[in-house]
Design a binder for this molecule. Structure first.
Ligand code: UDP
Length: 454
């Protein structure tokens, strides 16, 4: 019998492509074949950034379909991107699967679509293939998305998603609490983008009902209450490259792995790792304040300054900064983050709290300093600081700035008090045990493999 053939469709953003590729690598490790469908725009970036083709494994076939936008159009406008995708991608994906199915012995067994691209689930139903929704974010976010009708009924948001008033929200005791102004759909772009994203989420919830399986990159013990709110959602995480084929893949920017050598020259648990994922941008004032904050910590730091993180990143540094920190500071364009976080020199992670970064930090026992920017990052911040207590929040001053002194104080605090490290090491064990033989995520994953093969 042929090995199962899975078509994997990520939502076209960095924090979605990486974990779905990790899942794909795990499937390949179990003898599956995977056709991984990026958008043309991202496909080119992934291929450009990929150092060795074999880094992703021979059994993963990287292919692409258009996302409906011209190559030079702004893909950070999520409303516009989503509208174009919905117009173009279903037809292209249907043709791709139909073409694969023309080849005898190569037929598609199962579609795994990102939970945010659940329109593809309906397509899989129509094409009579197994259909799975994979969620890269926290189960808490899935619970929140599915709770939208109740939030409207309870008068917490209007029918268009606008919070009726600013208030702290907690879906259930033991869940993170955060301000309703930070609902994932309420803190993205302008008002029309917000409304568009909200309507998309409402529609997405309908498509999700057709999924036969829902899995996510989390661990039951990290979010037990969220999993009781969405019992059909099964955790299979933490998905880490180290537990699949070894290397993370799917980067949109080329990684600078020279930093690993540099880390090797630093004292154990001494380095502040600073990275804000793939979307976060800074204005010049905040960028400079962050630089000066890192400088006055007097500690070594590794700072990921993506080329597009601020206007003209090269000129954005404070005067003389680079020269002053040259002996103990490294700025790079894109890090091999999972390898960095597992390095013994890392002391803490100053992060935007994307879910992947959060899970990666916890799985490596690294305390987190939280600097959320948008989307689900406020919910994740609350998990980190209020629920798990493995990190600290930054406070802004009256001008909305996180000052250099605040940065230094919080770095000193998180590294000065043993509790944060102790708690995060416990959490690391819990997370890693769940993917070991006999652990909950491991069992869920095995059951999932069996189901696909039935
Ligand atoms: N990442 C990386 N190198 C970097 C910055 C980020 O490899 O320099 C990876 C990180 O390990 C994570 C992903 O990019 O897997 C970012 O996802 P996350 O959910 O944390 O944030 P997003 O980019 O979606 O905001």
């Amino acid at each position: 019998m042929c090995s199962p053939h899975v078509v994997a469709l990520p939502y076209p953003a960095q924090g979605h492509v990486i974990p779905l590729l990790e899942l794909s690598q795990c499937l390949v490790k179990h003898g599956f074949r995977v056709t991984f469908v990026n958008t043309e725009f991202n496909h080119k970036r992934v291929l450009n950034a990929l150092a060795e083709k074999h880094a992703i494994g021979d059994q993963i076939h990287l292919v692409s379909i258009p996302d409906g936008l011209e190559l030079d159009e702004n893909r950070n406008d999520l409303g516009k991107l989503s509208e174009a995708m919905l117009r173009v991608m279903p037809g292209k994906l249907e043709k791709l699967i139909a073409d694969i199915n023309l080849v005898k012995d190569d037929k598609v067994t199962c579609l795994i679509a990102d939970g945010s691209a659940a329109w593809a689930i309906e397509l899989a139903e129509k094409m009579k293939i197994k259909r799975v929704a994979f969620w890269p974010p926290a189960a808490g976010l899935v619970a929140l998305s599915l709770r939208i009708p109740k939030l409207i009924d309870d008068g917490i948001i209007d029918k268009d998603g606008t919070p009726v008033k600013k208030q702290m929200i907690q879906l259930a005791p033991g869940m993170p609490s955060f301000n309703s102004a930070n609902f994932v759909w309420a803190c993205i772009g302008g008002s029309s983008t917000r409304e568009f994203i909200f309507n998309l989420m409402v529609e997405n919830n309908e498509y999700l009902k057709k999924a036969e399986y829902m899995i996510c990159n989390s661990t039951f013990d990290l979010e037990p209450v969220a999993f009781t709110l969405v019992p059909q959602l099964l955790p299979i995480g933490p998905l880490l490259a180290s537990s699949c084929l070894g290397n993370s893949a799917g980067y949109f920017w080329p990684e600078d792995s020279t930093c690993l050598k540099w880390l090797g020259r630093q004292a154990p648990q001494s380095v502040i790792y600073v990275a804000f994922g793939s979307f976060t941008v800074f204005d010049q004032t905040q960028f400079q304040e962050l630089a000066l904050g890192l400088e006055i910590t007097n500690r070594p730091f590794l700072w990921v300054v993506r080329p597009d993180i601020t206007d003209d990143a090269n000129k954005a540094y404070p005067k003389g900064f680079k020269e002053r920190v040259t002996a103990r500071g490294q700025m790079i364009g894109w890090a091999p983050q999972q390898k960095v976080l597992s390095h013994p020199s890392i002391a803490c992670f100053l992060s935007h709290c994307g879910w992947n970064s959060t899970v990666e930090s916890v799985s490596n026992g690294v305390p987190i300093l939280c600097w959320p920017y948008f989307a689900d990052q406020f919910l994740n911040e609350s998990y980190i600081c209020d629920v798990w207590k493995v990190g600290l929040k930054f406070n802004k001053n009256n001008n909305g700035i996180i000052t250099r002194e605040e940065i230094k104080n919080k770095v000193d605090k998180v590294l000065g008090e043993e509790n944060y490290k102790e708690r995060v090491l416990k959490l690391k064990e819990i997370a890693l045990n769940s993917v070991r033989e006999g652990g909950q995520s491991n069992k869920n994953f095995k059951n999932f493999l069996e189901w696909v093969q039935e």
